[in-house]
Design a protein around this ligand. Structure first.
Ligand code: FNR
Length: 352
């Protein structure tokens, strides 16, 4: 059960974490919008895809590393941005960052993080900043400047949250019990009281260009589920498009990311990188997502579940994913993530 190499360690992760979290924290982490249709289908959707493995290939040396936005990552998965990590463990984002640096995984830091960008950067992790843009774009300036100064390697613009989808009252509880130091420490004090600080309802492709100019960093657009929108992102200068339903926490009845991914990859071609998250829970999911067109895969809730045990927990999560991903790659006859590209069993016009 405790061996990070055994599949049961990952399978039992959420249940074990549940026992260590307060009720409001657990409800916040597991929250799903609406009737929970999208959140409920996410993981199972990876299991609906079918693979055509190669055989008679030498898989002695398997190398799961990828190049993301011009930098090498030792593994093809990263940490998705999630808030309130310091409510899960006192070391919060810093523990996640330490474990991810050691594993060679990219970490995306929520703009609502409870650890400073400098403390996260000091771990040596390759990190990207996630942002929501406010109505008055200039108010985002200090946060962006802080991230650039601390060495963020990219900016991830979350576009699926023009408004925060309604929460069940019990979810709101967590914000009541949350220590103010657990969140938003990278904003100027009093940020939320300023007119224009509410989430922008008028986001457009021009914001991608603006962010790129403002930060000098590659911009990734998170929350894209359609090929036509993905094209608009690329034409506006996005370096990456991230297929996501926000973990099923925004528009319920959105299609699964496993279903949306091939269309987005086809629309983007090689003009930008494509990432995916949502329901990725094991190494076979990682392989399947790579085969379906992702350059990298991101993991949200499992990181929070693992973080219950601090840095050691997140290190185990990375170790377990590595063991399983390498095994899945060997079984599929793939030595590198690039080798996975022809694995998906699909009609030719549906392929990534
Ligand atoms: C999130 N997510 C999220 N996304 C984002 O862009 N900014 C954020 O601050 C947060 N915060 C957040 C908190 C919590 C508790 C969860 C569970 C999720 C969404 C996250 O980045 C990612 O898209 C999903 O979590 C991926 O799905 P899985 O891996 O949780 O199934």
């Amino acid at each position: 059960m405790d061996d990070p190499g055994s599949s049961s360690w990952l399978t039992g992760l959420a249940a074990r974490a549940a026992g260590s979290m307060s009720t409001p924290l657990r409800e916040y982490v597991e929250h799903a919008a609406g009737a929970g249709v999208t959140a409920g289908e996410a993981a199972a959707a990876w299991g609906e895809l079918r693979l055509r493995p190669h055989v008679l290939r030498d898989v002695t040396d398997v190398d799961p590393s990828v190049e993301l936005l011009g930098r090498s990552a030792r593994v093809p998965w990263g940490v998705a941005p999630t808030s309130l990590q310091r409510a899960v463990h006192p070391d919060g984002e810093v523990a996640t960052a330490r474990a991810s640096a050691a594993a060679g995984a990219v970490m995306v830091v929520s703009s609502n993080a409870g650890s400073t960008f400098d403390d996260i950067a000091a771990t040596g992790v390759t990190w990207w900043l996630q942002v929501y843009l406010p109505s008055d774009r200039t108010l985002a300036g200090p946060l962006l400047d802080r991230a650039v100064a601390a060495g963020a390697a990219a900016v991830v613009l979350t576009v699926d949250t023009p408004v925060v989808a309604a929460w069940h009252p019990s979810e709101a509880l967590i914000w009541d019990v949350a220590d103010p130091g657990w969140t938003r420490v990278n904003f100027d004090p009093g940020y939320e009281d300023q007119p224009g600080s509410e989430k922008a309802l008028d986001l457009g492709p021009h914001d991608i260009d603006w962010l790129r100019e403002r930060t000098g960093l590659p911009v990734v657009v998170k929350g894209v589920l359609r090929g036509d929108d993905a094209r608009r992102c690329v034409q506006a200068g996005a370096a990456g498009v991230w297929v996501s339903t926000h973990g099923g926490r925004q528009l319920d009845r959105s299609l699964s990311t496993a279903v949306a991914l091939p269309e987005v990859r086809r629309a983007v071609g090689d003009e930008a990188e494509v990432y995916v998250d949502g329901g990725v829970r094991c190494g076979l999911d990682v392989l399947t997502a790579l085969a379906a067109g992702a350059d990298a895969v991101f993991v949200g809730r499992p990181v929070l579940h693992a973080l219950v045990d601090g840095e050691a927990g997140v290190a185990r999560l990375h170790a377990a994913l590595l063991v399983e991903t390498v095994e899945a790659m060997r079984l599929a006859g793939c030595r590198t993530p690039a080798d996975t590209r022809d694995l998906l069993a699909m009609a030719p016009d549906e392929r990534p």
